[in-house]
Design a protein around this ligand. Sequence first.
Ligand SMILES: [Zn+2]
Length: 283
Amino acid sequence: MMRRLQLGNAAAVHLPGGRFMLDGGTMFGVVPKALWQREAPADAHNRIGLACNCLLLEIGAERILLDTGIGERFSARERQIYGIDADETLRSSLATAGLDPADITTVALTHLHFDHFCGCLIDGEDGPEPLFANAVHLVQRGEWEDALHGRSTMKSSYRPDDLQRLAEQIEVRRIEGEYRIAPGLTTFVTGGHTEWHQGFRLDAGGHTLVYPGELVPTRSHIRPYWNMAYDMFPHQTLTAKQAFLAEAAATGWIVAWDHDAATPWSHIARGDSGFFAIDVEAL
Ligand SMILES: [Zn+2]
């Protein structure tokens, strides 16, 4: 089902960018399995199901894509390890939304881990080529450099050869800090997951929609200590996430989840025992 929000003259469309699986323990860091498995049941390999939720923002004539999901260029072995569902791809989601990849004017990436970046490339006759041939691709300069040099707690999360292939064929604009992508749409650096990981904020039609990426990847990660073992700077995630959720709850933001398997976006509320997610009514 295609989900869409109308925010004044702008619109946000949920574009599923693939489903895959990761170890539940690494997704919840210090949280015991006895707790996390209640809401994220593990399979026989201890993996839990995750979505790659990409967002299409329509702002004037601009068609801006936030993250590109896991892509299609995986070996049989990788498909097995990551439990990748080959049927649901960003390309099929775009087609369902009535869009052609050539319509996309900007691709903005939270960071360059494979499950956010790999949808930028497809297999061409001479190797990988950009799927979004008319789009400028935006990433933080520091993230680009860390990815190329493998500066990560898990080097295998980055695909430096693919990054270089992309930059040889299309403009990859390395931005620094806060950056205005389009009217009402800006980036903000979150840190935490990677040093230069960024989120996106759209103010339109009296609403604010925020895509915080890995700062809060699913509704389960709303709790303070439910953070990924993949994070480079766990304490920064803890503090930045609390500040983010406090603002989201106080000002009524719509928060879009990059990996929640069940819903692409929620409102945040604050109760006696902390923050929680509530459904967004149709806009
Ligand atoms: Zn990541």
